[in-house]
Design a protein around this ligand. Structure first.
Ligand SMILES: Nc1ncnc2c1ncn2[C@@H]1O[C@H](COP(=O)(O)OP(=O)(O)OP(=O)(O)O)[C@@H](O)[C@H]1O
Length: 465
C-alpha cells in the first residue's frame, strides 16, 4: 500500500467484534445510590448523585441521554464494570458515539464533547469490546499527550474491564523492565515517543491491532507538537488499517483537515463554538498590579484554594517551581508538577494530589488536558496560556491559546459539578489576551476585587453552590 503526499496509508475497515453483546439475559442493573449512609463523605456523594440525575434528565445538558447502557449494545461483563463504577446512565457523547463505535464493519470516529462529559468511557468500552481475549496479542493501542493522562486512562481500562480477562501494558517512559523484549497485552496505553520506540523495536507486535485511539486528538495531531510522532505510530500499524478513534473537547480549524485525513470516512460528532464552555464553570478574573502582586494575591487566596482542591497553571516550569518553593518556605502546603521532573516523582506527585494528600498543585500545561480529579473545584490561570508556548512558528506571539484555556479550566466542573476559574491579569497585554478569550468563548469573565477577600469568598461560595 502506498503512502499519499501527507504520509498517510489508505485504511481498510476491520470487521470482527469479539465482545459482542450476549443474548444471555442475566440481568445487570445499575446500583442504587445509598441513601442510608450519613457520613459527610457519603452525604456529599449522594448530593452529587441527586443533581446528576437531574442533569441527566435534562435534554439540554451534555450529560443527557434518552437511553440506558443496556440499549447501547455492550457486553454484560462491561455493563457489570460500568455499574461497579457507579455509572447509571450514559452521557450524550456516550449515547451517540457508542453505537457508531461498536457497529460492524468498524468505522473511524472523530468525536467532540465538552470537557468532563465522559469521552474516556466511550473509547475505553470500544477497545474492550473489540479485543478477542482468547488471543495473547496486542489488539488496541491508545495514545495520550502526557504520562499522567495515560496512567489515568489505564485506570479506566482496568476498572471497566474488571469483569473481563483483559491484559494491559503501558508504553510510557521508564515503565517496562529493562531488557523487556515482548509485550503481548491486549491493550497498550501510552505516550507517542515510547509507543514509537516499542513498535520500532518490535517489542509491541502491531500485526493484530484493530483499534487505535488518540485521546486529546487535536493535541496529538498538531503539526507543531506531537503530530509527527503520532503519524509515525499510525504508519507502523497493520496494512489492513485499524479503526481510528479521535476524541477531544476541542478541534481547532487548523487540525480538522489533518484529522479528516488521519481518520478517513469517519463518523463525526461535533460541537458548535458556542457549546464549548461548560455551564458549571464560573469564570472570574483578578486585576493584579504587576507580577509580584500576582504572587501576593495567590498567597491571599490560599484558604480558598484549600476548601476543595485547586490547580494553578503557570507558563513556565521555573515559575511553577519558584512559586511553590516560596509558598512552602512561607508555611503553605503546595506541590509542583512539570515535565522536567523524573518519572517516579511525577507519578507520586499526581497520585498524592489525586488521593487528596495535597490540595494545591502548581503546574504547567503538562496536565492541562484530560486529568480528571472530581474534587478540584478551582483552577487559577496564574499565567494565561499563550500560542507561542505550543512551539508554534512565529506569528502567534502574545496570542492567547484558546484551546488550552478551555482544557485548563475544564479540570474543574467535571461531569455536572460546579467549579471556578480565576485568571490573573496584570498589564495591558494580558488584559487584551483575556478579552480575546472572552470573545472566543462568548462567555463573560467576571471581575473579583483583589483587595476585598470577603467579597471574593462570598462570590466564590455562591458560584460553587
Ligand atoms: N455515564 C456516566 N455516569 C457517571 N459518571 C460518569 C459517566 N461517564 C463518565 N463519568 C465520570 O465523569 C468524569 C469525566 O469523564 P472523562 O474523564 O471521561 O471526561 P472527558 O470527556 O474525557 O473530559 P476531558 O475532555 O477533560 O478529557 C469521570 O470522573 C468519569 O468517571
Amino acid at each position: 500500500m502506498e503512502k499519499d503526499a501527507d504520509g498517510f496509508y489508505t485504511p481498510k475497515p476491520e470487521t470482527s467484534t469479539p465482545l459482542a453483546p450476549t443474548d444471555d439475559k442475566e440481568e445487570v442493573k445499575p446500583a442504587e445510590p445509598d441513601q442510608s449512609a450519613n457520613t459527610d463523605l457519603i452525604a456529599s456523594t449522594f448530593e452529587v448523585t441527586v443533581t446528576l440525575a437531574d442533569q441527566q434528565a435534562d435534554p439540554n445538558s451534555p450529560l443527557y441521554s434518552a437511553k440506558t447502557f443496556e440499549e447501547l449494545g455492550l457486553h454484560q461483563d462491561l455493563l457489570k464494570g460500568l455499574y461497579d463504577l457507579g455509572f447509571s446512565k450514559p452521557s450524550k457523547i456516550q449515547e451517540r458515539a457508542l453505537p457508531l463505535l461498536l457497529a460492524n464493519p468498524a468505522q473511524n470516529m472523530i468525536g467532540q464533547s465538552q470537557s468532563g462529559t465522559g469521552k474516556t468511557a466511550a473509547f475505553v468500552l470500544t477497545m474492550l469490546s473489540r479485543v478477542d481475549f482468547s488471543k495473547n496479542k496486542t489488539q488496541a493501542l491508545c495514545l495520550a499527550p502526557s504520562r499522567e493522562l495515560a496512567r489515568q486512562i489505564m485506570s479506566v481500562v482496568v476498572a471497566m474491564g474488571k469483569f473481563t480477562p483483559v491484559q494491559t501494558e503501558y508504553a510510557i517512559k521508564d515503565n517496562l523492565p529493562k531488557g523487556a523484549t515482548r509485550i503481548t497485552a491486549h491493550i497498550v496505553v501510552g505516550t507517542p515517543g515510547t509507543m514509537t520506540d516499542l513498535l520500532r523495536r518490535k517489542v509491541i507486535d502491531s500485526s493484530e491491532v484493530k483499534v487505535f485511539v488518540l485521546d486529546e486528538a487535536d493535541n496529538m495531531l498538531d503539526q507543531d507538537g506531537l503530530g509527527e510522532q503520532t503519524l509515525r505510530v499510525k504508519n507502523m500499524l497493520p496494512r489492513s488499517q485499524p479503526q481510528i478513534i479521535l476524541f477531544s473537547a476541542t478541534f481547532p480549524d487548523h487540525v480538522r483537515n489533518f484529522a479528516n485525513k488521519f481518520a478517513p470516512n469517519a463518523n463525526k460528532i461535533e460541537l458548535q463554538k458556542e457549546e464549548l464552555s461548560v455551564e458549571g464553570i464560573r469564570q472570574f478574573y483578578m486585576d493584579c498590579q504587576n507580577e509580584e502582586h500576582k504572587y501576593d494575591i495567590l498567597v491571599s487566596l490560599y484558604q480558598l484554594l484549600t476548601i476543595g482542591q485547586s490547580i494553578i497553571f503557570c507558563q513556565h516550569r521555573h515559575t511553577a517551581d519558584r512559586i511553590s518553593q516560596r509558598m512552602t518556605a512561607e508555611g503553605h502546603k503546595v506541590a509542583s508538577l512539570h515535565g522536567a521532573k523524573d518519572a517516579t516523582e511525577r507519578d507520586s506527585i499526581i497520585d498524592n494530589f489525586r488521593e487528596g494528600r495535597e490540595k494545591v498543585l502548581i503546574t504547567t500545561n503538562v496536565i492541562a488536558r484530560g486529568i480528571d480529579i472530581l474534587q478540584v473545584n478551582m483552577v487559577v490561570n496564574y499565567d494565561l496560556p499563550l500560542m507561542n508556548e505550543r512551539g508554534n512558528a512565529s506569528g502567534n506571539d502574545g496570542k492567547p491559546d484558546i484551546e488550552t484555556y478551555i482544557h485548563r479550566i475544564g479540570r474543574t466542573g467535571r461531569f455536572g459539578r460546579k467549579g471556578i476559574s480565576i485568571n490573573f491579569v496584570h498589564d495591558h497585554g494580558t488584559w487584551k489576551q483575556m478579552e480575546e478569550i472572552e470573545k472566543a468563548l462568548g462567555k463573560k469573565i467576571i471581575r473579583i476585587e483583589t483587595n476585598d477577600l470577603d467579597e471574593m469568598e462570598e462570590k466564590m461560595k455562591k458560584a460553587l453552590k
